[in-house]
Design a protein around this ligand. Sequence first.
Ligand SMILES: Nc1ncnc2c1ncn2[C@@H]1O[C@H](COP(=O)(O)OP(=O)(O)OP(=O)(O)O)[C@@H](O)[C@H]1O
Length: 678
Amino acid sequence: MTQGLLAASAAEHGQRVLGAVLGGLRTGLHEQVAQSWTRCLNEYRLDPDSEPHPPVLDGHALALRRRRLSDVIEAARLEMSTLYQQLADNETAVVLTDGEGVILHLVTSPEFTAELEPVGFTVGAIWNEACAGTNGMGTCLALAEPVSVRREDHFFTRLTTLTCSAVPVHDPEGRMVAVLDVTSRSALQQQHVLVLLGMTARMIENRLMEQRFRDAHPLHFHTRPELVHTLHEGRLALDAEGVIRAANRSALFQLGVESPQALCGRRLEEVFQATLDDLLERSRAASFHPVPVYRVNGAHRFFAVTRLPAAEAQPARAATAQAALAARPVKPAVPAAPSAATAGLSDAQLVQQLATGSRVLARGTPLLLRGETGAGKEVFARALHERSPRATGAFVAVNCASIPESLIESELFGYRAGAFTGAQRTGRRGKILQADGGTLFLDEIGDMPLELQARLLRVLDERRVTPLGTEDTHPVDFQLVSASHRNLLELVAQGRFREDLYYRLAGIELQIPALRERTDRRELIQRILQEENGAPLALRPEAEQLLMTHRWPGNVRQLRHVLRAAVALADGASVGLEHLPSLRASLPAPGAAAPAFSPQAAAAPVAPVSVLAAGMVPAETPPPAGLNLIQSHERQVLLQLLEQHRWNVSNVAKALDVSRNTLYRKLHKLQIAVSQRA
Ligand SMILES: Nc1ncnc2c1ncn2[C@@H]1O[C@H](COP(=O)(O)OP(=O)(O)OP(=O)(O)O)[C@@H](O)[C@H]1O
């Protein structure tokens, strides 16, 4: 028995429990706790002063249970380790139990394990209320809702040095299959822990849905496009006929239904004004950026994107190495790729670049894309991927500027966790391995830290990846497209980029033209306007003229933002100058000569994009739930700054004089998704 877990007020605690249950002395006691104590005493016949002895399953029985929930454990492992790291407290355990309170997986430090084991806190032990009295896991199971059980809330005196918080984990059918719990010695910040637990449970549920419905079309949606592909998004899984087979919690919440059963079995067009085929087509045409869809009753607009089932898009693990591709051109194993025009790339120079890029890539030569920020380098890289022999493989994009520096390495190479309990844990598959059989797109490669450049070079040379924390190497076979808005050769000259890596990446270099240089501006404007509106929308001549002559320092990304705002402001009417307030600010004063566009002006430093369409952000974006007034305000200010800096996070961080990591944390807290930069 360790001293550490002995409660200070042992004698009084038992008295207090008896007094509350038998004598009705409940002052200061939470109702949930009082009811749980009553169950423990009257139903389970437990004695608060006795030693808790939760039974522990034998190896066989435990293995059976773990096997039954193997996909839940798999989905939870990494998230639990991440949560443990976030909590950064050695005297904390993150625990997963099954629906009967059996501990299936535990992440903690060896020291805390040694303290917890004597009270039966170990893998295989049953921590429901009947066995362990009032406690986070057991009481959460009994109530089927999030709970915090602080020290003296525990039933057993022996457990009153611990504080636990626990939340239910549901499967895609809405059943509570597990409980996720944080147990620690510290009684502080339970609200904070509950929020983190809730987020982690959602991530686990989303992963579980992905795993169980790999053969279904995933549909991601939210009322706000920038929240698609974040934790807040709604997710549906649709079969080939467009019938809903599963829905995550956020989908239920956004669609205003109680349980997945209210949606499952219904066709997509009974929920949204779109069939699966429509939405697939529109998603593809929009390069898999969210497109607007309306609820069937027309009352609410959402932004949604869908794609082929993961099982179909499985990386085609070509046995041939990339070198072999050079000698033997591979026949595309995919349906014909959309034409350049369908991908929004009908400018003559871009069409030419696409043809060159495709040829070069098919021969196993890496491509480097140069171009201003927002010019569409990623969209171009995706179009290349879709035309390539590896189109059935995954397209995996990594933005080296938007991942905090400390995370780039694990993000790219993956890692094998295991630092915490020593249990066998698979860790995270890095982006490079995810791109096996497909395309790896390294955006803003110039921002990759020097020491990682050496590792990347090795992967490119050896075509093998070694995840962090392991000795194992995995063969990997992908085509590589990288992009930068900076001149990499200048970075080489400054010693900030490895010359050998530069030559390895830039098999050939293609320049993606700025929007102002593109000859297909008119088509692009029409196309994005239609995507944003969900249907064709008339554009008045003076508005078109302004859009055509604007300098577009933020390129297509800025164009999309401006048109999104215009669609919202026009509210179904034709788009006129009054719907383009952010551009009107740049119009010459009446009487002044209209500035002709000049390349010098284009190259000059860009003045901050005046204000956003006056009032646009506040009007268009009601603050997300959970933010208080000050945070909402702070959020608007950051959104405007991001706009001014064309969503370049590094520049915003510089402007605010904070580190990128700090800014990322802030953005995350304020629910601003920066990876989705549409
Ligand atoms: N051809 C296109 N059709 C429709 N939308 C486009 C097209 N090209 C770019 N966009 C829009 O512009 C946004 C920015 O595009 P993309 O991310 O490809 O630019 P980028 O050059 O990679 O930007 P950065 O340099 O900041 O990484 C996209 O999210 C998309 O909404």
